[in-house]
Design a protein around this ligand. Sequence first.
Ligand code: M6R
Length: 363
Amino acid sequence: SKGEYRHYMLKEIFEQPKVIEAALEGRMSASSVLVESFGPDAQALFQKTRQVHIIACGTSYHAGLVARYWLERYAGVPVQVEVASEYRYRHPVVPEGTLFVTLSQSGETADTLAALRFAKTLGYVGTLAICNVPGSSLVRESDMSLMTRAGPEIGVASTKAFTTQLIALLLLTLSVSKAKGQPEQPEILAGLQALPSLCQQVLGLDAQIEALSQAFAEKHHALFLGRGAHYPIALEGALKLKEISYIHAEAYPAGELKHGPLALVDSEMPVISVAPNDELLEKLKSNLQEVRARGGQLFVFADRKVGISAQEDIRVLELPEVHEALAPLLYTLPLQLLSYHVAVLKGTDVDQPRNLAKSVTVE
Ligand code: M6R
């Protein structure tokens, strides 16, 4: 039941510290990731893995896009990520040693399942499903699986399923790296252990985010900006907003602004940006100046340390410091809350948005 919460979506957003902990349980120690979490054959399979293809739909696809940054940076493995409905109608070329990974909350998404069945004819080194539903079709038909342990997700808008997928993908990154004989990454492991409590802190910003949401109630469009692994987080923020509040939202990698979308920016356009403290921060800051110069209204979720201060045309919400690898997880939360509060203000059916189904079992 929803308990004290007004909607399932809000309940599920607030469950994230707990389910993230569950997703990590027994899968790592302070100094090491447990490769066997992915099954008895995982070690041998990951050892042979030279590249990874990730296939999914919707929010799960966005998790895959984040994983590309992680697998390339921390495991040194090239990655392609694609939506299932495109992949399955292409003629993919599969280099030797390629691991096929599907991501799905339900494990029953028609296109993702069809993509897996197709992939099995293409000579992959193995197939892995990262999924929230044990015994689902995707899990049954894959060589290996890892459960995300988010528990039942009732709201159509995916929230805790997404963040636990990210946890699973980070465990995958560390496991592939370890299986390939690369050194363990103690800072990331420590960061993972600290993550549930950091998430709890960020959820404490709820009232401030609710106040911020007022500015969106009358808006018809919104632009989300991010760089690097936070570009997919911007995509996910935009999807959440359009899905439940019916406000048209688009996400761009901040560096693409000048190549078109800047033409849309005026005083009517809210621009939401995630600004963690990473190597791309300075570049992002100059993109934000471009928005300000056009009169755009900026909403920035930023690391406490980055020194973006609130001004008349910039509203800033500060997030706690976090290891760079884990920032995409943490910065997802305020965007979920923002879209939730905007939808509530607009009076939409938050848990059951129009035209959408929780599980898309037809193509
Ligand atoms: O069950 P799946 O993860 O395979 O579902 C994929 C998408 O249908 C799903 O993520 C959808 O985009 C959500 N409604 C987004 O909130």
